[in-house]
Design a protein around this ligand. Structure first.
Ligand code: S3P
Length: 423
């Protein structure tokens, strides 16, 4: 379905958010000096830097080329104030594991959205390892983690979540005990790759990860590739354009993160991966995306964790595709920065699209007329950007209520969008 939008150019998307959190945390815990290049300087990563500072690590201001002097696995000090995690679930859950393993006590707080998100999923394995965790009755924040001398655990998580998996691995690493985590489907494996590159012994088999006891973590330089979840917005924009292409250099293409690009191809867009290489244990490439005759698709099963953060964007793009798109197996979307099933469907309907909620996903019928109206983001960065992409299509007139919330993961999003759209 042709839309009056021509795109052109090259967008260097900012550093990967998941890797930026991990590069800071793991460098802070290592023995010695690590250099980090390409870190994302955004609100969420600043939350992790601030939390580490409150625990006694001298993290400098975030910069494209920075060094972190690690304090060692037993070097964190108990905080004299709450750990404010802002909007960041990754900060909260990964640092809960670190605090538990370090044998210190800390109270975790955050903004209204983060305070509503489920923390029992991380409290339960940490308690099984011997920590004590106080949660309010609704199971969110504030949460107080009382660390101690932990013992190992064999944890079977009932959700595929890299945050839960990483919390257990980091708790075990810091405490020097062995542990195993298993999950129903494989979630992103950045923690495993980064720890292995720093001398930690891990065994991987299918959905299971085992960390050996040992308590060693070497300092190591890190290069953070561009975030595939940020690149997705511009690949999606190219897909719904009528002409042109967009080139996205230096994007991470870890297979646990690239489901969106597969889905885009399946829908009929042109997506090429060029100049593949390895950057410190993470595969990286240039992605070139161009329009195609889009048609609907189905997304579900083991594919879901590989594009969980891109599903709001898939739903928005589906309005430009012929036929129906059905997303299932994605109930986790309900506990992200907003209830992304309800919020996406409510907003799609508010602007005139044909969309319906499913308990664990959504159904979108594409091919309608121009979309017009106001989108309520609930402060959710990925909603703001997904609807921003849809708003760039000629004929659509979409107002996003809080464009600034994109700062959580992609502060330059709106200026990059203005540069490549309508060229
Ligand atoms: C993340 C894991 C995912 C993802 C989030 C970042 C991470 O969450 O949605 O944006 O960096 O580990 P879950 O672990 O809850 O699935």
């Amino acid at each position: 379905m042709p839309t009056p939008l021509r795109v052109a150019g090259r967008v260097r998307v900012p550093g990967d958010k998941s890797l930026s959190h991990r590069a800071l945390i793991i460098s802070a815990l290592a023995s010695g000096r690590s250099r980090i290049r390409g870190i994302l300087d955004s609100a969420d990563v600043r939350s992790t830097a601030d939390v580490l500072r409150t625990l006694g690590v001298a993290i400098p201001s975030l910069a494209d080329d920075m060094v972190v002097d690690g304090v060692g696995l037993r070097g964190l000090r108990g905080p004299d104030q709450a750990l404010d995690c802002g909007n960041s679930g990754t900060t909260t859950r990964l640092m809960a594991g670190v605090v538990a393993g370090a044998g210190i006590t800390a109270r975790f707080t955050g903004d209204a959205s983060l305070s509503r998100r489920p923390m029992r999923r991380v409290a339960a394995p940490l308690e099984a390892m011997g920590a004590r965790v106080d949660l309010p009755p609704h199971g969110g924040l504030p949460m107080t983690v009382h660390g101690g001398q932990l013992h190992g655990v064999e944890w079977r998580s009932d959700v595929a979540s890299a945050q839960i998996k990483s919390a257990v691995l980091l708790a075990a690493l810091v405490a020097g005990v062995e542990s195993t985590v298993d999950e129903p489907e494989r979630s992103r494996d950045h923690t495993e790759r980064m720890l292995a590159a720093r001398g930690v012994t891990l065994e991987l088999s299918g959905t299971r990860v085992h960390i050996a006891p040992g308590g060693r973590l070497d300092a190591c330089d890190a290069v953070v590739p561009g975030d595939p979840s940020s690149a997705a917005f511009f690949a999606g924009l190219a897909a719904i354009a009528s002409a042109g292409s967009i080139e996205l250099p230096d994007v991470g293409i870890n297979p646990t993160r690239t489901g969106f690009f597969e889905v885009l191809r399946r829908m009929g867009a042109r997506v090429e991966v060029q100049e593949e290489r390895d950057e410190g244990g993470e595969p990286t490439a240039t992605i070139v995306a161009a329009p195609g005759e889009l048609h609907g698709t189905t997304v579900g099963g083991a594919e879901v964790p590989t594009l969980i953060d891109e599903l709001p964007l898939v739903a928005c793009l589906a309005t430009r595709a012929a036929g129906e798109t059905v997303i299932t197996g994605a109930a986790e979307l309900r506990v992200k920065e907003s209830d992304r099933i309800k919020a996406v469907v409510d907003n799609l309907r508010a602007i005139g699209a044909d969309a319906e909620e499913l308990p664990d996903g959504m159904r979108i019928r594409g091919g309608g007329g121009p979309l017009r109206g106001r989108v309520v983001t609930h402060g959710d960065h990925r909603l703001a950007m997904a609807f921003g992409i849809l708003g760039a299509v000629g004929g659509n007139a979409i107002e996003v209520d809080d464009p600034a919330c994109a700062d959580v993961s992609y502060p330059a999003f709106w200026s990059d969008l203005a540069r490549v759209a309508g060229a």
